[in-house]
Design a protein around this ligand. Structure first.
Ligand SMILES: Cc1cc2nc3c(=O)[nH]c(=O)nc-3n(C[C@H](O)[C@H](O)[C@H](O)COP(=O)(O)O)c2cc1C
Ligand SMILES: CC(C)CC(=O)C(=O)O
Length: 377
């Protein structure tokens, strides 16, 4: 098969292009696919293009500061790393490379339950990078994404391990009672290669079965709000619910006492046909207004202007899924650093060009839906 030439990457799109030229087809398909017709996958990005920015001028933007806080921890930027499973498919250094890049950038990384490196080894790799406080006071931040296993003993043991290892929040993914139907994975009969394992669950590994069958065998489809309350009752770590898309569920999340909500459709990989996350964000924000719940977003964030739009609509932070995998595939740790730096630099430039010097300067008036001037709306 002839491969396209590599680009010298200067954008996330370039990194994606390069990953298409280098990754083995089963890994590439697993990473890039959405469910079914991939309508939501496409819409996650398209929806950002339907928004327009409203810049302010003459505001002395010679210095731009992107530091912010997530659940009380100061990080260098609201650009964070979403949990993605099986990162060693992209590069042998996998999750360790991502952790080092996150630590260097003093950004927040969420590690997937289904990582190919254990929770302990991943955070340890992050610690190899000095966690010295920068002048801004920002520090690296590691959170753990939890799939709730049918076996609650396994679930609780994992929570104890990640508490001990130093993860600072549990991000419970609630949109995967079953795996979405990703047609390419079905055709490729995708499964984890024999030399890798789901490193947090060695004894639960099921290399023989497809991913969908593994989910059916291990993940609890009876999961409901009382289980979220149960997790909260057995840990002091703050809880983030990942996969909220409606005002109704946002209210229930707040009622359950969770500290944060991650508006997510799992990168279009679960229920195809749901709203793009940036279109679902306003109703979620409205539903939890004044309840002290932080609201984040992921899905389709590829450019600095996307970050600006999400923050202008009210998100506290954005999480990147595939862009990190494209960086990993390009050049391991260096590639993840490149992905993070490219979008960080774009965001800083977008802030300056919109007249914003700090995160608090970004507000609802910096963005509008549609392409018609406000005076004509
Ligand atoms: C290859 C891949 C694996 C993923 N694995 C997980 C996972 O293990 N746990 C989880 O909660 N979300 C998982 N996600 C969803 C991401 O956390 C995130 O919601 C999504 O990728 C964001 O969209 P983006 O890829 O457009 O940035 C995965 C996404 C991809 C693309
Ligand atoms: C192993 C999978 C359930 C990980 C995941 O969330 C995904 O592939 O989207």
């Amino acid at each position: 098969m002839s491969r396209l030439p590599q680009l010298v990457p200067i954008s996330i799109a370039d990194l994606e292009h390069n990953a298409h030229t280098t990754l083995a087809i089963n890994a590439l398909d697993y990473y890039r696919s959405g469910a079914n017709d991939m309508q939501t996958l496409k819409d996650n990005q398209d929806a950002y293009s339907r928004l327009r920015l409203r810049p302010r001028i003459l505001r002395d933007v010679s210095k731009v500061d992107t530091t912010t806080t997530l659940l009380g921890h100061k990080v260098s930027s609201p650009i964070c790393i979403a949990p993605t499973a099986m990162q060693r498919l992209a590069n042998d250094a996998g999750e360790k490379a991502t952790a080092r890049a996150a630590a260097k950038a003093k950004k927040c990384m969420i590690l997937s339950s289904w990582s190919t490196t254990s929770a302990e080894d991943t955070i340890e790799a992050g610690r190899e990078v000095p966690w010295d406080q920068s002048a801004s006071g920002a520090l690296p931040l590691f959170w753990f994404q939890l799939y709730v296993y049918k076996d609650r003993v396994v679930t609780e043991q994992l929570i104890r391990r990640v508490e001990k290892a130093g993860y600072k929040a549990l991000v419970i993914t609630v949109d995967t009672p079953f795996l979405g139907r990703r047609l390419a994975d079905v055709r490729n009969v995708f499964k984890l290669p024999g030399h890798m394992s789901m490193a947090n669950f060695e004894h639960k590994d099921s290399k023989e079965s497809s991913l969908a069958a593994y989910v059916v065998s291990q993940i609890d489809p009876t999961l409901n709000w009382s289980d979220i309350a149960w997790v909260r009752s057995i840990t002091k770590l703050p809880v983030v619910v990942k996969g909220v898309l409606t005002a109704e569920d946002a209210k229930l999340a707040a009622d359950t006492g969770v500290e944060a909500i991650l508006v997510s459709n799992h990168g279009g990989r679960q229920l195809d046909g749901v709203l793009a996350t940036i279109d679902a964000l306003p109703e979620v924000l409205e539903a939890v207004k004044g309840r002290g719940v932080e609201v984040y977003i992921d899905g389709g964030v590829r450019k600095g202007t996307d970050v600006l739009k999400a923050l202008a609509l009210g998100a506290k932070a954005v999480f990147l899924g595939r862009p990190i995998l494209w960086g990993l595939a390009h050049d391991g740790e260096e590639g993840v650093s490149l992905a993070l730096n490219l979008i960080q630099q774009e965001f800083e430039l977008a802030m300056a060009l919109a007249g914003c010097c700090k995160i608090e300067d970004i507000n609802r008036d910096h963005v509008q839906h549609g392409t018609t001037a406000r005076s004509k709306l």
